[in-house]
Design a protein around this ligand. Structure first.
Ligand code: FES
Length: 165
């Protein structure tokens, strides 16, 4: 007897994003990462409400699916702010002063690392190497890489840029 899929308690547009990702990738070996990427690329995050359906589609336990999702820092389980700032926390950028930049950016943008500001304007995320080590501290603002990042420059970029979502 076929077991029916678990419900997908999400708004219709978000449910459609999840369904499309499952249709495109669920049958492939190693499907979880392509599914997560496809959902996050379109929705900005991977909703926790989708995990039972994803687990069902790939024939894995929800614990395994959540474990994989949590393992990779790049995936979010909450909607991001209108701007996303990623600051490199890896060793080469630390040697070039990224700790001070992080502290300054947190103050300038009024949001802590790993959080979204209350007004939804900006999300600040750590990232572990952007492949730009010689020109650190490195940052990514709305998907664009920036070398020799300073808090002033990052704050200006966030203020000047149109919302990325
Ligand atoms: S360590 Fe920061 S870009 Fe590589």
């Amino acid at each position: 007897m076929a077991v029916s899929p678990p419900p997908l308690p999400l708004p219709a547009d978000l449910a459609q994003v999840v369904e499309s990702a499952l249709a495109a990738h669920a049958a492939r070996p190693g499907a979880l990462l392509p599914i997560f990427h496809a959902i996050q690329d379109r929705a900005g995050y991977v909703p926790r409400e989708a995990l039972p359906r994803i687990a069902w589609a790939v024939n894995q336990s929800q614990a395994d699916v959540l474990g994989t999702l949590s393992f990779y820092h790049d995936f979010r389980t909450h909607p991001p702010g209108r701007h996303v700032v990623k600051l490199c926390r890896a060793e080469a950028c630390q040697a070039r002063g990224s700790d001070a930049v992080v502290a300054d950016v947190e103050g300038r943008l009024r949001v802590g690392m790993g959080r979204t500001r209350e007004d939804g304007a900006v999300t600040l995320e750590p990232v572990y190497c952007l492949g730009n080590c010689a020109l650190g501290p490195s940052a990514m603002v709305d998907g664009r890489l920036h070398a020799r990042a300073t808090a002033d420059r990052i704050a200006a970029l966030v203020e000047e840029a149109p919302p990325c979502r």
